[in-house]
Design a protein around this ligand. Structure first.
Ligand code: HAS
Length: 542
């Protein structure tokens, strides 16, 4: 790696872990403040800490990690170094995102942006919080443009050749991000900023939520796709095998691009003001977006089994014994995959209208996203860190670090088992999410929730230990002995079918994507524009 490129990657990855540390502290504190165990100075309260936890973990840790990881793989697979313009865009993006993050974090700590990570109107933060969000989003666009420019340059100089799979997947991820963030950009620029500066009296709240979820659902796939990139492209190499099918992997990514955006209404199934017909259409599309994940599961099983059989594995599950269980680069992401089975099943429950009525706005949903993003995705990102950091710094992953990494993974799994398990169960009993500690005047139903909340707190504490262990491992990785670490990129099995060129026809897929978005959103948005209700005044939260 060119030093200038590895510096860009390292800057993103290390900032991600700094955000994770601060977000982890906020996560632990919010549970202690919520339960009344401690009182913090300056009256720092539950909602403030929950906002900091959500923003730093879900928005900042993920975005920085993803951009760093994508840049590294693009350097590796598209020419060995970044074009100067791409590197400059990368640093410009980093500077804008970092400025935005610093401003947002200060405002949250000053209690001027206590609006949670979804910043729903009519709750209103300081206008500068929304300006900081604009900086973060525009910064991420710079990196997105950079990755697409590097890819286009490679395609121009390699006429007629199929692009490397990692690069193709990076372009899908960034394209999805660019199209998705348009929704939140419109919400912030045309609704939230004018409302918070006092330029308008009221805004259409349901429309603002629809614009948010137009962005918010693909946001979760923006987190997932880089984890899938590791599962498809990196893991086969780490286990010593080959990828089952390049074409299947690309098809899954194209399907995720097409179906991850026109589904946001499944977050608003319980909201009035949106006609059930359009909710139904988007629920159908939600079930379409499940298919590429099922294809991914199939491809992973095929990769593991084919590899196991070439090593002589016998019986239905004999291949499991041939996997490198002591290699943290495999172990952490594999545990992420395993957890994604119940996590995905939970998602399918959420998406089913009748069952959504049971779980919506309960702690079940919090349990769901702690399994998806905070386990499947986070453990995969941790698994990547164990080889990415040494590869960038010219160091080696020692046997001790493998052991520490596996211990960290197990700690995370145990903590999440208790915390997310209790969240799922108590959610089914009706315990609401995002609610400060209350027993509703000791109503008997709510007293039943309390033991689960204790288990949640125990799980959360174990997870905080997991955060500290991961930060410790990052520090040790930076101090590991000097040497060479491979950047693992898998080849495709020899017997695989050739990949059809149509999968790389961006014009076609972008057109299909636009049509799907127009079908799913035109009528509901028109309905909302025609029925703005009385409009809502902003509720100042500070
Ligand atoms: Fe979700 C709410 C539906 C996936 C994240 N989701 C959320 C929220 C977040 C989130 C953050 O329809 C809360 C937002 C908020 O604050 O309000 N979700 C789904 C569906 C899926 C899904 C249908 N979600 C995710 C992923 C996330 C994520 C991924 C983050 C990364 N979700 C919903 C709905 C809501 C929701 C509703 C709104 C709820 C409400 O009412 O508020 C699907 O994409 C899931 C498909 C996944 C699968 C699993 C495939 C399994 C694989 C692993 C294979 C394993 C191997 C190892 C090979 C079908 C690929 C095997 C080894 C062995 C030894 C066995």
């Amino acid at each position: 790696f060119d030093r200038r490129d590895s510096a860009l990657v390292l800057a993103h990855i290390l900032f991600a872990f700094l955000a994770m540390l601060l977000g982890g502290v906020a996560g632990l504190l919010q549970s202690l403040v919520r339960s009344g165990t401690i009182t913090l100075p300056y009256e720092i309260g539950y909602y403030q800490l929950l906002t900091a936890h959500g923003v730093l973990m879900a928005l900042i840790f993920t975005t920085y990690f993803i951009i760093g990881f994508l840049y590294s793989g693009v350097v590796k697979t598209l020419g060995g170094h970044l074009l100067p313009i791409v590197r400059s865009l990368g640093w410009l993006g980093y500077a804008l995102m970092t400025l935005g993050t610093v401003i947002a974090t200060i405002l949250i700590l000053l209690n001027k942006a206590t609006v949670l990570y979804t910043f729903y109107a009519p709750m209103m933060a300081s206008p500068w919080f929304y300006v900081s969000l604009v900086l973060i989003v525009v910064g991420s666009w710079m990196s997105g443009f950079g990755i697409i420019i590097q890819y286009r340059y490679w395609k121009r100089t390699h006429q007629g050749k199929l692009s490397p799979l990692f690069a193709f997947m990076s372009v899908v991820t960034m394209l999805m991000w660019l199209v998705a963030t348009l929704g939140v950009a419109i919400e912030v620029i045309f609704q939230l900023i004018p409302l918070s500066f006092g330029w308008v009296e009221t805004i259409n709240v349901t429309l603002s939520r629809t614009l948010f979820w137009y962005f918010g659902h693909p946001l979760v796939y923006f987190w997932l796709l880089p984890a899938y990139m590791c599962w498809y492209v990196v893991i086969p190499r780490i286990i010593g095998g080959k990828l089952f099918s390049d074409a299947l992997a690309r098809l899954a990514f194209i399907m995720l691009l097409l179906f991850s955006i026109p589904v946001g209404l499944h977050h608003q199934l319980m909201e009035p003001g949106i006609s059930p017909v359009w909710k139904f259409v988007q629920v159908v599309l939600t079930f379409m977006v499940v298919i590429p994940s099922l294809m991914t599961a199939f491809s992973l099983f095929a990769t593991f089994e084919l590899h196991g059989r070439t090593l002589g594995a016998k019986g239905l599950f004999g291949w499991l014994k041939k996997l490198p269980w002591k290699d943290v680069r495999f172990f952490a992401p594999f545990m992420g995959m395993l957890i994604f089975i119940p996590a995905g099943a939970g998602g399918i429950i959420n998406a089913s209208d009748q069952m959504n009525a049971v779980v919506h706005n309960t702690l079940w949903v919090t349990g769901h996203f702690h399994l998806t993003v905070a386990t499947s995705v986070a453990l995969t990102f941790f698994g990547i860190t164990y080889w990415l950091l040494p590869a960038m710094t010219g160091r080696v992953l020692t046997p001790l670090l493998h052991k520490l990494g596996i211990a960290q993974t197990i700690t995370w799994l145990v903590g999440m088992f208790f915390m997310s398990g209790a969240m799922h169960l108590v959610g089914l009993f009706g315990s609401p999410r995002r609610t400060s500690y209350t027993t509703y005047q000791d109503h008997p139903d709510t007293l039943l929730w309390m033991p689960y909340h204790v288990v949640m707190a125990i799980g959360g504490t174990i997870l905080f230990i997991g955060v500290l262990m991961m930060i410790g491992n990052v520090v040790l990785l930076l101090k590991a002995p000097k040497g060479y670490t491979e950047y693992p990129i898998a080849e495709v099995i020899d017997s695989a079918e050739p990949t059809p060129a149509i999968l790389e026809r961006w014009g076609v897929w972008t057109a299909v994507l636009v049509v799907l978005i127009l079908i799913a959103y035109t009528a509901p948005v028109m309905e909302l524009l025609n029925n703005p209700g009385t409009g809502a005044k902003g509720m100042v939260t500070w």
